[in-house]
Write a protein that binds this ligand. Structure first.
Ligand code: MD6
Ligand code: FE
Length: 214
């Protein structure tokens, strides 16, 4: 049989560090459903600028869905079952989100991924995420799945210490990063978002990060 080619064939997956994979365009086919699901979540639990433990509001606006959500305040970073702004549980994780995260994790070699937390980040031009480690989760054997929608961003990826040199990874609408194994606790961040207008989502970038937190 001759090899089938398709305009919609997925590009090959790229490993950009040990255990860390970039799945270009992996979320494109689900994007309309994902955005509708995000919209439903943030209608219940609106985006807010949480305070860092140092007392400064983050430039990225956040919400969560799932059994637990990532929160930050003067007491520190942690996962909590209740939205502190509304004193209510976080909205349930829409099935389309959980399913995409599981498929992406499996494609990167992490089968059986069942996230209990989905952090939703909203960046407007100028918003950034300074270098940090993801280390508030209980089990570092579990990967993280991260979905990018809307405006492109530059993802910085370093090493185990804050001063390790970083590589720059451009993330586009529909890209998915799956990250675990040896690089699970490496420093990373997002450069200040460049101004622009996404044809569909306008002047913003939406990012979903799925974790097994508990
Ligand atoms: C973002 N992402 O892409 C921020 N963390 O907006 C993260 O901080 C992140 O993409 C852990 C694993 C994947 C990520
Ligand atoms: Fe992170």
């Amino acid at each position: 049989m001759p090899q089938q080619s398709s305009l919609f064939a997925e590009p090959p997956h790229e490993a950009f560090a040990a255990g860390a994979w970039l799945l270009r365009g992996f979320a494109l086919a689900d994007a309309v459903e994902l955005v509708a699901a995000i919209d439903a979540v943030v209608t219940l639990a609106p985006f807010r600028h949480v305070m860092t433990p140092f007392g400064k509001p983050m430039s990225v606006a956040m919400s969560n869905c799932g059994a637990v959500g990532w929160v930050s305040d003067r007491r520190g970073y942690r996962y909590e079952g209740h939205d502190p702004e509304r004193n209510l549980p976080w909205p349930a994780m829409p099935a389309v989100l959980a399913a995409l995260a599981a498929r992406a994790a499996a494609a990167a070699g992490y089968p059986g991924f069942a996230p209990d937390a989905c952090l939703i980040n909203r960046y407007v031009p100028g918003a950034q995420m300074t270098l940090h480690q993801d280390r508030d989760e209980r089990d570092f054997a579990q990967p993280i799945v991260s979905v990018s929608l809307g405006l492109p961003a530059v993802f910085l990826f370093g090493g185990l210490t804050r001063t390790d040199r970083t590589i720059k990874l451009p993330l586009q609408h529909g890209d998915v990063v799956v990250w675990g194994g040896p690089s699970r606790r490496w420093f990373h961040g997002i450069r200040p978002l460049r101004d622009g207008e996404h044809a569909w989502l306008g002047r913003q970038r939406l990012n979903l990060t799925f974790r097994v937190a508990r």
